[in-house]
Design a protein around this ligand. Structure first.
Ligand SMILES: CC(C)(COP(=O)(O)OP(=O)(O)OC[C@H]1O[C@@H](n2cnc3c(N)ncnc32)[C@H](O)[C@@H]1OP(=O)(O)O)[C@@H](O)C(=O)NCCC(=O)NCCS
Length: 314
C-alpha cells in the first residue's frame, strides 16, 4: 500500500473520509512485496522502543478517529507508565502493529464499576488491566497478527499483575473486525456505554469487552445500575428533528450486514442484562432459557424476546 492511499480503518465511521497513509511502513511493505520477500511468518513481538514514537503517532492517526496527545505518547515512550507490545517484521524490524495498555492506575476511572466484581477497589489494587489501543497496519491485516499481538499483550499484562482477574477494552459499536477479534479471543461483552465517543460531530456508543480469568466476573449489581442509567438517559433524549435520519417520514431501507452485526451485539448485551435481573429477582422465564446444545445458535431467540430486550434498553 503506497503512502498516497487513504486509511480504511474500521474505527472510522462508515461512509466518512479517512486520513492518508503517512507511516513509513507502507512504502517498506510495498518494496518488500514488489520484491516478493515479505516473510509473514518471521514476525517478532516486543515492547515499543523510543525510536518508534513518530511511526506510532502516524499509525494512530491512520487507525483512530480520536487524537492521542503528547501526554499519552510521553507515558508510552518516556515515563513508561503505559505498557506496550509491538509486532515487527524481519531484520528491519518494520512496525506492523502495536498495543498500549495500563496496569497501574493513578486514579479511579469512571468505567471501573462495570468491569469487575469489587469495582474500583478491585481494579485499583492490581486485579485488572486496561488496553487503550490496538492496531495492525493496512496491508498486514487478515493474517492473524492482531490475534497474536493481543495474545502477547495479555501475557505481558499477566506478567505485571499476578492477581489479574480482568482485562478490559472499549470498542466503538460499528467496529465489526475488532468486535469479532475480541470475541474470538474469549472477551465478553459486558455493557454498552451510550454516547461514549464524540467525533465527526456525532456521538457513538462503546461496547465494553472484558477477558475474565481466575474467577473474575462482572459486578453483581451491574444490571440494576444499567437499568437506572438507561431510564435516566431515555428522559434526556430529544425527539428526532424533521430531517434527521430518524425522521418518521422516510421508511428505512433493508438493514445491511453491519447493521445486523451491531444489532446482534446489542441483543447479546440485552440477554446478559436480562439474565442478571432474573438471577437477582429469582425469576425464571422460559423464553430466556438458552436453546439446548446442538439445536442451533444460542442467539436464536423468539421475536417477543427481541421486543422485550428493546424495551429494556430503551
Ligand atoms: C481490528 C484489527 C486490529 C484486526 O487486525 P487483523 O490483523 O486484521 O486481525 P486478525 O488477522 O487477527 O483477524 C482478522 C480476520 O483474519 C482472519 N485470520 C486470522 N488468521 C488468518 C490467517 N493466517 N490468514 C487469513 N486470515 C486469517 C481472522 O479469522 C479474522 O477473520 P474474522 O474476524 O472474519 O473471523 C485491524 O482491522 C485494525 O488495526 N483496525 C484499525 C484499528 C482498530 O480498529 N483497532 C481496534 C480498536 S478497539
Amino acid at each position: 500500500m503506497r503512502s498516497s492511499s487513504s486509511s480504511s480503518s474500521p474505527s472510522f465511521p462508515p461512509g466518512t473520509s479517512s486520513p492518508p497513509l503517512l507511516a513509513s511502513v507502507h512504502e517498506k511493505l510495498h518494496r518488500l512485496s514488489a520484491a516478493g520477500t515479505v516473510a509473514w511468518d518471521a514476525v517478532q513481538f516486543r515492547p515499543l522502543r523510543k525510536s518508534e514514537r513518530k511511526e506510532l503517532e502516524l499509525l494512530h492517526k491512520e487507525w483512530f478517529p480520536v487524537e492521542y496527545g503528547k501526554q499519552f505518547y510521553d507515558e508510552v515512550f518516556e515515563s513508561k507508565r503505559l505498557g506496550s507490545m509491538a509486532v515487527l517484521l524481519g531484520e528491519q524490524q518494520i512496525l506492523l502493529g502495536a498495543t498500549t495498555f495500563r496496569t497501574k492506575f493513578p486514579e479511579p476511572r469512571y468505567d471501573m464499576d462495570s468491569v469487575l466484581q469489587g469495582g474500583i477497589d478491585a481494579c485499583m489494587s492490581g486485579a485488572a488491566g486496561y488496553i487503550l489501543t490496538l492496531g495492525v497496519v493496512e496491508g498486514a491485516r487478515g493474517r492473524g497478527l492482531a490475534q497474536a499481538l493481543l495474545r502477547k499483550t495479555i501475557e505481558a499484562i499477566q506478567a505485571q499483575l499476578p492477581q489479574l482477574k480482568a482485562i478490559w477494552v472499549h470498542v466503538i459499536s460499528y467496529n465489526h473486525p475488532a468486535i469479532s477479534l475480541y470475541e474470538r479471543m474469549g472477551l465478553q461483552l459486558v455493557r454498552r456505554f451510550p454516547r461514549f465517543y464524540n467525533f465527526h460531530d456525532q456521538v457513538w456508543d462503546s461496547f465494553l469487552y472484558v477477558l475474565y480469568e481466575k474467577g473474575g466476573r462482572p459486578p453483581e449489581n451491574l444490571a440494576l445500575e444499567l437499568l437506572k442509567e438507561e431510564a435516566a438517559s431515555t428522559s434526556e433524549v430529544s425527539p428526532a428533528s424533521p430531517d434527521s435520519p430518524d425522521s418518521p417520514t422516510e421508511l428505512p431501507g433493508p438493514p445491511d450486514e453491519k447493521d445486523l452485526d451491531v444489532a446482534l451485539q446489542q441483543l447479546k448485551y440485552c440477554e446478559r442484562e436480562h439474565a442478571y435481573l432474573q438471577q437477582m429477582l429469582g425469576y425464571d422465564d422460559v423464553m430466556f432459557r438458552e436453546e439446548p446444545r446442538g439445536t442451533g445458535s444460542k442467539h436464536l431467540v423468539e421475536p417477543s424476546l427481541l421486543l422485550r430486550c428493546t424495551d429494556v434498553v430503551r
